[in-house]
Design a protein around this ligand. Sequence first.
Ligand code: LMR
Length: 328
Amino acid sequence: AASVLALTAGAAAAQEAGEECSDGEIVVKFSHVTNADRHPKGIAASLLAERVNDEMDGTMCVQVFPNSTLYNDDQVLEAMLQGDVQLAAPSLSKFETFTKQFRLFDLPFMFKNIDAVDAFQNSEAGAEMKDSMQRRGLQGLEFWHNGMKQFSANVPLETPEDAAGLKFRVQPSDVLVAQMEALDASPQPMAFSEVYGALQTGVVDGQENTWSNIYGQKFFEVQDGVTETNHGVLDYLVVASVDWLDSLDQDVRDQFTTILSEVTQTRNSESAAVNQEAKQAIIDAGGTVRTLSPEQRQQWVDAMKPVWSEFESDVGAENIEAAQDINA
Ligand code: LMR
């Protein structure tokens, strides 16, 4: 926790100051949508900038734009292909127009926890997924963890029937749409930056997200409570354009990707702790957190898991099997 907090202060200061790049440095704009200092992705992005700007001073300079200040997730990949931004880390649910492979990660109850997700991503099949969009001009560099998703709504959610008839914000993913339909709820795809307002004004009744996002965006303040379902995973792919990577000298590219990989290892191992801190912060702030009995949780599994068969051909039966072997 101490290291999380120490970094937080430094990262926040860097953010406020705004990173000035010098003439001749390769400027790397990194656009993302979460906060910079109490979030698995925000902290990782800040640490990456800190290290590159220190160790590659004079050569490369990373500027982080958090909180959707530069682009929303639904614009950032197009902006990257235009060369307007060089790095992003959208959630795996936001690559639908580029590949269907990541649908595996959206399937409800596919992975039992973030360690299982990590093991799959580090398997050969997982690693190959990073190359699945090369034809479309994008290169996946590293998977970054956030964590497991929880449901919240403006009414208590204990059984799947409680969600029926409610409108839920989802990320723009066909699997997540199908998941909510399996609950007889109404899915509403929407950009992350719009969710708080939509919950507050009743445009939607509920949403699903990780503790760090529910805390970071204050969703819990405009919901009845959060139910600890751990029903799915929200993870990221750090991505760059093939053109931009190819434009880098080999030694520059190697130094950059080495730093990125070290940052990934350091921060991925802390993502669960950051989410647990966020969960506790919600409780400390007076938010309601509900837990499910094993029987109640099984009802959610029974209601949502049938969605797998709809997407089996997109994600590959062998990948589903590999994920289940890891869980076992
Ligand atoms: C969401 O849209 O809910 C998340 O993908 C936001 C994020 O980047 O964590």
